[in-house]
Write a protein that binds this ligand. Structure first.
Ligand code: COA
Length: 340
């Protein structure tokens, strides 16, 4: 429908006013961005300065901790208590400040800033990571199922292994971003994904000989089982994430934390038998491969390399999981004692 000229002029006037408003808002936005970037630099500089001074003051306290009066000892003790909590508080602050990427992220992404500046954005990224993991795990589960029961063809196995390499590579990048944003993922789980990438890469290059055929079904069955366990693990970890989000503030709401912990323990006690079974399957794979490596007709280096990878995976997974569970039991007891 065509408009008359006065109506067009009126609309243009209105649009022009709106444009002025946009310009003003944009100017304020740029100004605030500039202020934020200055505040970020000043906060980061002050934190590094405080860290250095904390170190110095701790050493000075050590040096003059002999021959103290009761009052001096008390104030030193108070000071020590505060000094101990400061590094964690600084770490929490730093998770909201831009920082330089580590070597890995620098190599993969360059020096782009990956710090997410709000709690919601961090939760959303983690949530998306869990969904990505679940989605890929289901695809891997279906793929391994098909390879185990229906298709025994080296080319299709190669696609499965390639998918595994790509999946684990992507996880290492996403986890590095999560760590930069204050996630407490233990270094071992990231290392675990590097080893798994290497292992799947080696499986990809293993030629289709007699030994490959012997180990193939065991490996595919293991992949199938691992995908199944990872689905359970994703369900558990998304559950933890949603409950933590519902708590609002993390780490410092002990009352509601108890409710969270009771859910977490129910999830963990269900999950742990499956996890440990998976770890012993890794050990079994490694022993089978070491047995194969001793055979006189074993010429492929992949046998020993995969055996070693499985052994490292078993050792790291088993001991880290035991350490995680022990730590959780300890903090559960501490929370109980606090609330009594
Ligand atoms: N991969 C990636 N991230 C992991 C992880 C894993 N295996 N285990 C823990 N995390 C993350 C958590 O999501 C959490 O992140 P956040 O700080 O961003 O919230 C952080 O590390 C700390 O988690 P934590 O409280 O120590 O453990 P949890 O309760 O989340 O999970 C286990 C505990 C035991 C279930 C988990 O570590 C696990 O599944 N381990 C076994 C993995 C394994 O062996 N896989 C092979 C199966 S055959």
């Amino acid at each position: 429908m065509s408009q008359s000229l006065p109506a067009i002029l009126e609309e243009w006037k209105c649009m022009d006013e709106q444009y002025q408003n946009i310009q003003d808002t944009y100017k304020i936005y740029v100004q605030k961005l500039d202020e934020i970037s200055k505040l970020q630099s000043s906060c980061s500089a002050s934190i590094s300065n405080q860290r250095r001074r904390l170190k110095e003051i701790t050493q000075s306290i050590k040096r003059c901790s002999n021959d103290l009066t009761a009052e001096e000892a008390k104030s030193i003790e108070e000071m020590n208590g505060k000094i101990k909590t400061r590094p964690n508080l600084f770490l929490e602050m730093e998770s909201f400040l831009p920082k330089k990427n580590g070597i890995y992220l620098n190599l993969v992404l360059g020096s782009v800033n990956v710090t997410l500046l709000s709690k919601q954005a961090k939760f959303a990224y983690k949530d998306e990571y869990e969904k990505f993991k679940l989605c890929l795990t289901v695809i891997l589960l279906v793929f391994s199922f098909i390879c185990y029961f229906f298709i025994n063809f080296r080319f299709v196995d190669a696609i499965l292994n390639f998918l595994l390499v790509w999946y684990y590579c992507t996880l290492t990048i996403r986890e590095s971003v999560l760590i930069t944003n204050g996630s407490r993922i233990k270094g071992w789980w990231v290392f675990h994904h590097y080893i798994s990438t290497f292992l799947s890469g080696v499986m990809l290059t293993w030629p289709d000989g007699h030994l490959y055929k012997v180990f193939r079904n065991q490996f595919i069955a293991y992949s199938l089982y691992q995908s199944f366990v990872q689905c359970l693990q994703c369900y558990y970890q998304s559950g933890c994430l949603y409950r933590l989000r519902a708590l609002g503030e993390r780490h410092n709401m002990d009352l509601t934390m108890e409710g969270f912990q009771s859910w977490m323990w129910r999830g963990l006690t269900f999950l742990l038998p499956f996890l440990f079974f998976g770890h012993f399957w890794q050990l079994f794979n490694s022993l089978s491969l070491f047995g194969m490596a001793k055979l006189p007709d074993c010429k492929e280096w992949q046998v020993l390399a995969c055996g070693l990878c499985f052994l490292i995976l078993f050792t790291g997974n088993f001991f880290t999981t035991v350490a995680v569970v022990r730590h959780k039991i300890k903090s559960k007891n501490e929370t109980k004692a606090k609330n009594q």
